[in-house]
Design a protein around this ligand. Structure first.
Ligand code: LLP
Length: 382
């Protein structure tokens, strides 16, 4: 990443800050739209990846819906121009207040995660004199082959209704008059790079759908969730994910009726590569075994490396010196406040600008005020 004009601009801004490449975001959304609309697929943007209003408004321009996991994400979607019937709402712990928010906005779907949640949504809808649109989120019991913290679809996880409970669900449904069952929902996990995982998901969905059909239940749509991964190692070589190959898996292996629609909930792939965290070097410190580059951003601004040991490419935007190895760390009082160990960087000095790449998803949204750190700014440049 060496755009001289941009770097000059960065030098005038107070660090640390998030920077979003709007042109790349638009290109990514254009490619997604191209690949999804040629198959008539409907995509909901997973707001949890980045709920910045500017991003949501751009996503809206491309005609996507949203996938929400809280009442506030529903309200944020509405505020940014989405309609209730563009919105799906998942989450194992929907509060009564959040259910009421969803019902008031007549959302497209509550993705229901337990038998008890069905009962509660039914009774709240009954008290409001309306019907709730729902999809059943089924736990597919599939290994997503990703970090265990972002695996959601194995039966030990808290997510979705286990297949062992399906008979009970069917039995209960006949009593719940304020529920309209329209769809089936799944989500295997996040940052999934092996497309075979999605192929296995299709096989599972086919099985589950057949089971319901045998119990005289048909669905208007299937929602396969999100999870497609991005290339954290090579952001410049692969800035836009391969949506064509991803959708092709579903076109090939998912058995759909001609009247059924297919929905997706993509978060990371749409926004990750367009975000940068820009930070300044405060100190260079010689350690016992390594040299530390201490920067003014910490795990409070980007928690992914500390939480998931995730890799983000790190670049020095100002130096052309000979390459050396450094541990790049932040100012927070935790050893896990480390962005990268033994990172090869051109010789680095106080005042250099450090860019941490691929942080548009699950970056800004997961920041915290730990150590009384101030909220940082984000900039959007075309
Ligand atoms: N749908 C559901 C039901 C989800 O739980 C998620 C993500 C998505 C869709 C969007 O998944 P995506 O396309 O973004 O992979 N904080 C973690 C990621 C947590 C993902 C949680 N669920 C990280 O930084 O890697």
């Amino acid at each position: 990443m060496r755009h001289e004009k941009l770097i000059k601009k960065f030098q005038t801004l107070k660090t640390p800050f998030y920077y979003y490449d709007v042109a790349l975001l638009r290109k990514t959304l254009e490619e997604l739209k191209h690949q999804s609309s040629k198959r008539n697929y409907i995509v909901h943007y997973a707001v949890k990846a980045n709920s910045n209003k500017k991003i949501l408004k751009i996503v809206k321009e491309f005609g996507l819906g949203t996938d929400c996991v809280s009442g506030n994400e529903i309200l944020r979607s509405i505020e940014c121009g989405f309609n209730g019937d563009d919105i799906v709402f998942a989450g194992v712990g929907k509060s009564d207040e959040e259910i009421i928010t969803g019902l008031k906005h007549c959302i497209f779907s509550f993705n229901v995660e337990s038998v008890q949640e069905l009962e509660i949504i039914n009774s709240i809808a009954e008290s409001m004199g309306i019907k709730a649109n729902i999809a059943l989120r089924i736990n597919p019991n599939l290994d997503a082959k990703t970090h265990s913290y972002i695996t959601t679809g194995i039966k030990e996880n808290k997510f979705g209704i286990n297949q062992a409970d399906l008979s009970l669900v069917v039995e209960k449904l006949s009593f719940y008059k304020n529920i309209k069952l329209n769809g089936l929902h799944f989500h295997v996990g996040s940052q999934v790079n092996d497309l075979n995982v999605f192929k296995n998901l299709c096989t599972k969905i086919n099985e589950v759908q057949k089971w319901f059909n045998n119990h005289n239940i048909e669905f208007d749509y299937i929602n396969t969730g999100g999870g497609l991964g991005v290339d954290y190692e090579n952001p410049d070589e692969n800035p836009i994910p391969d949506f064509n190959s991803f959708f092709s898996v579903f076109a090939k292996f998912l058995e759909m009726k001609s009247t059924q629609h297919l929905h997706f909930e993509l978060g990371r792939t749409l926004v990750a590569q367009s975000g940068l965290l820009v930070s300044k070097v405060l100190y260079i410190k010689e350690g016992a075994n390594t040299n530390f580059v201490i920067i003014d951003a910490g795990m409070t601004e980007l928690i992914r490396p500390a939480l998931y040991q995730s890799y983000h490419k790190i670049e020095n935007l100002l130096s052309n010196g000979i390459k050396k190895r450094y541990d790049v760390v932040g100012p927070i009082c935790e050893t896990s406040d480390t962005f990268g160990k033994s990172v090869l960087l051109p010789e680095t000095k106080r005042g250099d600008l450090i860019a941490i790449r691929t942080v548009g998803a699950y970056g800004e949204v997961m920041s915290s005020r730990y150590n009384l750190r101030p909220e940082i700014k984000s900039y959007f440049l075309e």
